[in-house]
Design a binder for this molecule. Structure first.
Ligand code: GLP
Length: 253
């Protein structure tokens, strides 16, 4: 069952996510985390970096698995998810490099690499998976229509996602058309999931995820079948929700 937490703004959303993350870390210093990229988790990562620097939290025994990576974009490219993760989180905490896992979008045999990544997750089950949400309801890079039983694989990005990503690349031809992503089934195998949604431009996706029928057309809606999922949204992202209809899922922050 989904638990929905609506907070006032982006900062509160990030604080809440950080509380859940740090609680998990305290309860098991060897926790395995699933991590997203995007603008949404930036403040969460900032708080985690502070938790290490200022408050002595120890990340040395955790392992991480990133959700996705662009195909054909080198780890050293500023727009790769690799680069993003080191810049915004890994360079600022004491995680061990051997425990960091990010799909390699330049692997020589992509399908084999995806299978190996999937197998590694199955042998290191994710304790806490953090997710953002795309404007079309995608999670990771599981675009609308992604099968509920999908695992880590190469996918074609939707026109909307390619358009949304264009701002990060110098020219149109550089914008990746494909990515490696954990599948829906991979994500659903996590013991606990938190999905973060902030801002007005996510309001329609949040509405579909929570109030439309559960369907592969809105991949995030499939999370409602997970026994331990928390959806944390700020007021703007929650602005299209009918609070009276979803009151039984609302949890006070
Ligand atoms: C990309 C990522 C997703 C992320 C989404 C939203 O598509 N693959 O994992 O959730 O962007 O990004 P943002 O947080 O910048 O809105």
């Amino acid at each position: 069952m989904a638990h929905i937490i609506i907070v006032g703004n982006y900062q509160e959303l990030s604080n809440k996510a950080a509380d859940i993350f740090l609680q998990q870390l305290k309860s098991n210093p060897k926790s395995v985390f699933g991590l997203p990229t995007g603008e949404t988790p930036l403040e969460l990562y900032n708080i985690l970096a502070n938790a290490y620097r200022k408050y002595g939290y120890d990340f040395s025994q955790i392992s991480t698995f990133n959700l996705d990576e662009y195909v054909g974009v080198k780890a050293t490219h500023k727009q790769s998810y690799h680069f993003f993760m080191y810049k915004n989180l890994f360079n600022h905490i004491n995680i061990k490099k051997v425990n960091i896992h990010i799909p390699d979008g330049c692997a020589s045999d992509l399908n084999r690499h995806c299978l190996a990544y999937e197998n590694l997750i199955q042998t290191h089950p994710i304790d806490l998976q953090i997710l953002g949400i795309g404007r079309n309801g995608h999670i990771g890079f599981n675009e609308p229509g992604s099968p509920a039983d999908s695992i880590t694989r190469v996918v074609n990005l939707s026109a909307q996602t390619i358009k949304d990503n264009a701002r990060f690349f110098n020219s149109k031809k550089d914008v990746p058309q494909q990515a490696i992503t954990m599948g829906i089934k991979t994500i659903m195998s996590a013991k606990k999931i938190i999905l973060l949604a902030s801002g007005q431009n996510k309001a329609e996706a949040v509405y579909s995820m929570i109030e439309s029928k559960i369907s592969e057309q809105c991949p995030a809606s499939l999370l409602r079948n997970h026994p331990n999922v928390y959806i944390i949204t700020d007021n703007s992202a929650a602005s299209l929700l009918h609070k009276n209809k979803i009151s039984k899922y609302l949890v006070s922050s």
